[in-house]
Each structure stands twice: as structure tokens, then as C-alpha cells.
Design a binder for this molecule. Sequence first.
Ligand code: SAH
Length: 222
Amino acid sequence: MKHHLIPEQTRLVLDRPRKRMVQDQLILRGIDDERVLATMLAVPRHLFVDAALAARAYHDCALPIGCGQTISQPYMVARMSQLLELKGSERVLEIGTGCGYQTAVLSRLCRRVYSIERIQALHDRARQNLRTARHANVMLKCADGLAGWEEYAPFDAIIVTAGGFASDIWLQQLKPGGFLLFPEGDDGQHRLVRRQRHTRGYSEQYFDACTFVPLLRGVHHH
Ligand code: SAH
């Protein structure tokens, strides 16, 4: 039985902080969508950050992922995922792939995720991270997400993980009834807004105050 010891201990070392994260940061703060909770418990967040930061992967904060960008705080990833009210059959557009963690979470909650990142180095990293984690229902591209992704529109939902002001194109690429979720506002002071497209016009609801890295124009190649 000795050969079981190491894998089991390794599993515990990685699983315990994730369970605690789900309990203390998500359940206690009101995340109650069972599919979202199960997904947050299943996706190995520590594999999406630098090895040097892995020990902090389940802490209650955002972490740097290089190029001046961050992986969002676990609560914010869960909160945004829950606000999309996904049932499993949706095609979702994500703007701001970053390291691909939110992408991985979404890929388990819907049918297909299309994710756009404007920084080439992060796009490459996300592709690597998502390949390792075998997420086959994800399509990535390096481009300016302000233009959306015309080729695959319309989407059932659109989520933006960088803060700023909405591009009109996003609503145009959304199906009637679909949600566009994004952190709205000037630098450093955003509020989550969920806009629902109707056959004519849209309605919107405001949620948590939050701070995201800024939504920027253009593509950044290294
Ligand atoms: N969801 C990510 C969060 C990354 S931070 C995660 O889980 O790690 C937000 C990302 O949005 C950054 O990587 C930034 O480069 C990207 N971004 C900002 N403006 C963008 C734009 N116009 N198009 C595409 N990506 C953009």
C-alpha cells in the first residue's frame, strides 16, 4: 500500500485549499448555483498561475499572470459564472482570456466557449494551460475583443473580464434573451452590470462593485 501514499498526499495538498476556498469564499458569500460550485471545486486553479504563485492560488485575491494582467479573485469568477445562469447548452463569448482560468470554468458550464485575448503572450499561455487541462470545447483567438467574434455570432451569453465601457457590437452579437455581463466604469472603480438583450432594446441590472484591469483597444504582439 506504500505506493499509494505519495499520490494521495499530493492530492490532499492540492484539494484541501480548493475545498476551503469553495466553502469560505463562495458558499459563505452566497454562491449557490450547484453547477458553479462543483466546477470551482473541480478546476485546478493552481495550474493556471506561475509555479512560484501556486501556493497562493486559492487565496481570496487576484494574482499577477504577467504582462501587467491578473487572474481574477475566485469569488469574482464564481459570481460572474453564476450571473450568466448557464444551463449547459449555451455558446459563450469571453473577452479577456488572460491565463484561461475563467475560460476553463465556463467550458464546464456550457457547450462551447469562444475566448479572445489582445496580448499574444497571454493568448499563447492560455492555449497551453487549456490544452493541459484538456478543454476541447474552447476556441481561442488573439484579437481586439471590442470587435466581438462575428464569425460565430450570435452568442447565448457574452462575458467581459476587463473593465471599461461596452462596445455596441457586443449587444449586436448577442441572441435576444441573452446576457452581456461586464465590469463597467472608469479605471479602478467598476460595477458588474448584466445587460439582457430583448427583441427590441435591452434591460440591465447592477451587481457587485469590483476592480478589474482595464479594457484596452488593439492587439499587443510580443
Ligand atoms: N478571465 C481572466 C482574467 C484576465 S484579466 C482569467 O481568468 O485569468 C483581463 C484580460 O483582458 C487581460 O489579459 C487583458 O489583456 C485582456 N483584455 C483587455 N482588453 C481587451 C480587449 N479589448 N480584447 C481582448 N482582451 C482584452
